[in-house]
Design a protein around this ligand. Structure first.
Ligand code: DC
Length: 233
């Protein structure tokens, strides 16, 4: 076990989570999925009526819920070794992937007090070493991360991956709708005022449009060996 902090940022559905999980398991360090935290807060908002059917958010009520610790987020390692996200004592790992959450999460993640809330949790959980994925990990959450990776891939490749992921977990998936959602989220994530998605100056870009996860591990292994004398193979 090492105390290295690896920040993985990039466009939505570039396979950050899949890559991060493989790295975390190879290095035996926690994997923290910051997107799942924004999604769980969004799910809480939808269920409690704080986010209305038309997408309108009652920011005052959301802030109060966060301040009063009504949104308790935690990660638990499941029997399969997968990291699962809990909202209170409910495992919401699958629920947070559903389309109604995906449709509403970008505006929620653009709210500064929501970002501060998530950042605090990430610091609490990750400062002793972790692999963390998101949009602003290398630029805002852990600007001193030991290694920063910025992932990109073609939008059509990413939409197909998302379709497969949803079908594998038994959910219905519509390619055109998902492609639109991927493109809209790219735009919203990189154009918001507070902590927009952007590549940190010292991040290494990885375009995995034509790469398998095994190939990504080989790519990373060379970097880790050279810089940190660590291996993930
Ligand atoms: O990675 P994801 O699709 O699960 O992320 C869900 C949403 O949360 C997405 O719209 C971007 C946003 N997000 C963010 O703004 N900052 C992060 N560090 C992680 C996710």
């Amino acid at each position: 076990m090492t105390d290295i902090i690896i920040a993985i940022d990039g466009l939505s559905s570039t396979g950050k989570g899949t890559f991060a999980k493989r790295i975390a398991s190879a290095l035996d360090i926690p994997y923290l999925d910051s997107g799942a935290m924004y999604r769980a807060i969004t799910l809480y908002g939808l269920r409690s009526g704080i986010i209305e059917w038309n997408g309108e958010i009652d920011q005052h009520a959301l802030q109060e819920a966060l301040l009063l610790n009504r949104v308790e987020l935690s990660f638990v390692k499941g029997k399969d070794g997968e990291s699962r996200i809990f909202l209170g004592d409910e495992d919401v790992s699958l629920k947070v992937r559903e389309m109604d959450v995906a449709r509403n999460v970008s505006p929620v993640s653009a709210i500064p007090f929501v970002r501060n809330f998530v950042d605090e949790q990430l610091h609490r959980l990750g400062s002793k070493g972790c692999v963390m994925d998101g949009r602003d990990i290398g630029t805002a959450v852990f600007p001193n991360a030991d290694l920063k990776i910025f992932m990109v891939a073609d939008a059509s490749v990413r939409a197909r991956r998302r379709v497969l992921q949803m079908e594998e977990s038994g959910q219905k998936a519509d390619y055109e709708e998902i492609l639109k959602n991927v493109q809209e989220r790219d735009f919203q994530d990189s154009h918001r005022a507070f902590h927009p998605l952007r590549k940190a100056e010292d991040a290494i870009e990885l375009d995995n449009s034509d790469m398998t996860v095994d190939q990504q591990m080989v790519w990373l292994d060379a970097i880790l060996r050279e810089r940190f004398s660590l291996s993930v193979l």
